[in-house]
Ligand binder design. Structure first.
Ligand code: TXA
Ligand code: MG
Length: 359
């Protein structure tokens, strides 16, 4: 496929043009509050097939269906349990995806052959307008080429998908920067399949105990993750990314403040110097407060220690910058102890192929 990809603004006229493309079965990337999505008509198997091929994505990896009003859930799902109603009421529109048993009208192509469907109501105004104006439910994975970091700007989308989709709506940089929390409500207990901005605690305050898919914490090659997408390598820059983390066993808990600890910085500097001396391009990912610990211009700032939300917002663009600068080796501090640390490290660990160096 090689078509001209139009860059649209997020004004009503352009969103209407994008809506028309969707109605005709074409593909349009659009901003959401989490990451940019690659949208097509969710009820058309042809559109879903085009999404898989534009992304280069395996077709057993199901798509999320985006809706703009709660009533749509009842069109797509056979059963809507009380827990779903509570969560929809509390977090929609917003960065939460729920899994429910699917109705016949949702094609198997959209759900990767599963009997369930992932549904989310995004809060980004351009996304909501596009869904409403088009009159279609929009199947949308993240608008990156499969395996690359998810796009947080329209330019990222163009880097990956220019020539492969009809249009991109430019709504500026997204707010959250990592994908929605996914909760499966089809089993005995609500289960988080992908961590995100909506945390386990936030869910439990409303619906009681929530499980976490065990493969999210310690990936085991013998257990399949329940969200098929979580089994693929993902979010990866081209260079070799390693995370350098303080060994929690040797931790003196009293002394576990971010600023007093330079052991991680010492290790990263050592690794950096070695690779530099071998002639490689090397980049270092750290929060702004730690930049002074590294005496080099190869530091890429990823948010602030005082606010994990700023780290989430910067993570994917920082990984893409490493690619732009042809980094062969990338060393990152760990963000585990930060707000949203679990969701951030879920992505960073995958990007690093779980390469962690403990100090
Ligand atoms: O924030 C987001 O969710 C973004 C924006 C664009 O809305 N979308 C997104 O889509 O991240 P994608 O396709 O990159 O990730 C969807 C994840 C995949 O891991 C997929 O396996 C899982 O959701 N998923 C989709 N349908 C599912 C289902 N029926 N059961 C289990 N997992 C499902
Ligand atoms: Mg994705």
């Amino acid at each position: 496929m090689n078509i001209e990809t139009r860059l649209f603004s997020d004004d009503d006229k352009d969103i209407e043009a994008a809506a028309e493309i969707l109605r005709k079965g074409g593909l349009v990337a659009f901003p959401t509050e989490t990451v940019y999505g690659l949208g097509g008509n969710a009820l058309s198997s042809t559109s879903s097939e085009h999404i898989y091929s534009a992304k280069g994505r395996p077709s057993d990896n199901p798509l999320i269906v985006h809706i703009a009003d709660t009533a749509s859930v009842y069109e797509l799902a056979t059963e809507v349990p009380e827990t779903a109603k509570v969560l929809m009421e509390a977090f929609w529109p917003g960065p939460l995806t729920i899994i429910l048993p699917k109705k016949e009208i949702v094609p198997d192509t959209t759900t990767g052959g599963l009997a369930t469907v992932a549904i989310r109501m995004p809060s980004h105004p351009a996304a909501l307008k596009l869904i409403k104006m088009s009159g279609v439910y929009i199947a949308a994975p993240s608008a990156n080429t499969s395996g690359r970091p998810s796009p947080t700007t329209a330019q990222h989308v163009m880097e990956d998908l220019n020539g492969r989709i009809e249009a991109v709506i430019d709504g500026g940089p997204v707010g959250i920067g990592i994908e929605s929390t996914i909760v499966d409500l089809t089993g005995d207990k609500p289960t988080i399949l992908r961590p995100g901005y909506i945390t386990k605690k936030m869910l439990e305050e409303l619906i009681g105990e929530v499980e976490i898919d065990p493969t999210l914490i310690r990936p085991d090659p013998n257990i399949r993750p329940k969200a098929p997408g979580m089994k693929y390598t993902h979010y990866s820059p081209s260079g070799e990314l390693s995370i350098v983390e303080k060994n929690s066993d040797s931790d003196n808990k009293e002394d576990n403040t971010f600023d007093s600890d330079t052991a991680v910085a010492d290790k990263i500097n050592e690794l950096y110097n070695k690779r530099k001396s071998e002639g490689y391009i090397v980049k270092i990912l750290v929060p702004q407060e730690h930049a002074h610990l590294y005496n080099t211009e190869d530091v890429i700032i990823v948010g602030s220690v005082t606010d994990g939300i700023t780290v989430a917002a910067r993570l994917y663009s920082a990984l893409r910058e490493c690619d732009d600068m042809d980094a062969a080796y990338i060393y990152s501090e760990s963000f585990m102890d930060y707000e949203l640390g679990g969701a951030i490290m879920n992505r960073l660990l995958k990007a690093a192929g779980h390469r962690v160096i403990y100090v």
